[in-house]
Design a protein around this ligand. Structure first.
Ligand SMILES: Nc1ncnc2c1ncn2[C@@H]1O[C@H](COP(=O)(O)OP(=O)(O)OP(=O)(O)O)[C@@H](O)[C@H]1O
Ligand SMILES: [Mg+2]
Length: 384
């Protein structure tokens, strides 16, 4: 019976099975590959648009359920889940050859954790198996090299600059080009030149994602970047506090003005979990007390909302921007950053790991949505 089955039957059985984020049939999106039919079994590959897909398990389950319901009973069904990151940037003129997606991480207000988030997003995407670069666009206060523990001087081969590679990430930062205690003093046009060199003269190679850490505010750098190439989109980091939210709104308005899609907002420093802190770092008595309870009086009482509660989620809703998730204040994040080991945030024992993984998955999904749903953004033309 199974031998008379054709590939068309299998694809028909999958009609109506959608990628929930993209809202379209897996078959129409070309995500069903390599259908193999043999005596008593069907094997196929579901090729997702990102290895960090938050709905991987659901999609696999939906495919299996549809095949079991619509194909003859008793077949062995084998589903392999793979991913190829899609992008619009490959080899098109004006873009960086080989770089599929360029994502800028900005804020508005300074010190809210942009650089930390940019480095974590880069490491997070890489942890799912993607090829990732991290470009530090904060020319005046480069912090990427320190965060990821990278040193060295980029070499030039011909007129191509080789990025520094650390822990599997390709990196470029003004920090690699300066003596540690020298300040950068330059005017706007030079900044423009440096950004363009970082984008075009650096040998990024094949990348699924290039993450760009922006300086705070709505200044020259985002404008230069938006003029230089069509960005896949921007992520806005903020804290739940009112001034940060105001600045975040301004940053969102700026990206919209620059025709850069806003991929979402991250709320950093959302709360501080006192019990988790005591469990991890308290003295013997405090640890014992903390170990014995999940909260103080009411569930949730262990969380201190230093900068207010839920502000970014509300602001995101109000502005019609996806909310990518919250990241609690955790002393380990600061320590790992200071030690140049920010990737330790993804260690199995790190309390920040689940929050960051969830954000990376939501972001990867938004990037896929952006690539499938909207036409390629035109390069911004500014008449000077
Ligand atoms: N979730 C967090 N928990 C604890 N500390 C954090 C967290 N996020 C960021 N920090 C700390 O806050 C400080 C500021 O972070 P970071 O440098 O990433 O901010 P920034 O927005 O890039 O700043 P700037 O505007 O100067 O570029 C750093 O010391 C960092 O370690
Ligand atoms: Mg920074």
């Amino acid at each position: 019976m199974a031998t008379s089955l054709t590939e068309r039957d299998v694809l028909n059985a999958l009609k109506g099975v959608k990628d929930p984020d993209l809202g379209r049939d897996l078959v129409d999106l070309g995500m069903i590959k390599d259908v193999r039919i043999s005596e008593g079994s069907v094997a196929l590959v579901v090729n997702l648009t990102t290895p960090a897909c938050p709905l991987k398990a659901k999609i696999e389950h939906d495919v299996r359920t549809a095949l079991e319901a619509r194909l003859p009973a008793g077949l062995t069904i084998q589903i392999s889940m793979t991913a190829d990151v899609r992008g619009k940037g490959v080899s098109e003129s004006g873009d960086i050859p080989g770089v599929k997606n360029v994502i800028a991480v900005g804020s508005g207000k300074g010190g809210v954790g942009k650089s930390t988030m940019a480095a974590l997003i880069a490491h997070g995407l890489k942890s799912y198996g993607s090829k990732v670069g991290l470009m530090d666009a904060d020319v005046y206060g480069p912090s990427v090299p320190h965060l990821v523990g990278a040193t060295g001087r980029p070499m030039a081969i011909g007129d191509r600059i080789q990025p520094i590679e650390t822990a599997g990430l390709k990196l470029m930062s003004m920090g690699f080009l300066l003596e540690p205690d020298r300040a950068v003093v330059m005017r706007g046009p030079m900044l423009h030149g440096i950004m363009n060199q970082f984008l075009r003269q650096v040998e990024w190679g094949a990348l699924d994602y290039l993450v760009i850490d922006l300086p705070p505010g709505t200044g020259d750098v985002p404008l230069t970047l938006a003029q230089a190439l069509p960005l896949t989109g921007a992520v806005v980091v903020c804290t739940p506090q009112e001034v940060a939210l105001l600045d975040a709104s301004r940053a969102i308005a700026m990206f919209r003005q620059l025709k850069v899609p806003v991929l979402g907002m991250i709320e950093n420093m959302s709360f501080f979990d006192v019990l988790a802190y005591l469990r991890e770092r308290g003295g013997p008595e405090a640890r014992k007390l903390a170990a014995s309870r999940a909260s103080f009086d009411e569930p949730g009482d262990e969380r201190v909302y230093l900068f207010g509660r839920g502000g970014a989620r509300r602001k995101a809703e109000q502005l019609g921007v996806p909310f990518l998730g919250e990241v609690p204040l955790n002393i380990g994040v600061r320590e790992d950053g200071d030690l140049g080991k920010i990737d330790h945030v993804f260690d199995a024992s790190s309390p920040s790991r689940p929050y960051m993984l969830a954000i990376v998955e939501q972001l990867a999904a938004q990037i896929s949505i952006q690539n499938i749903k909207t036409p390629k953004m035109p390069k911004l033309e500014v008449i000077a």
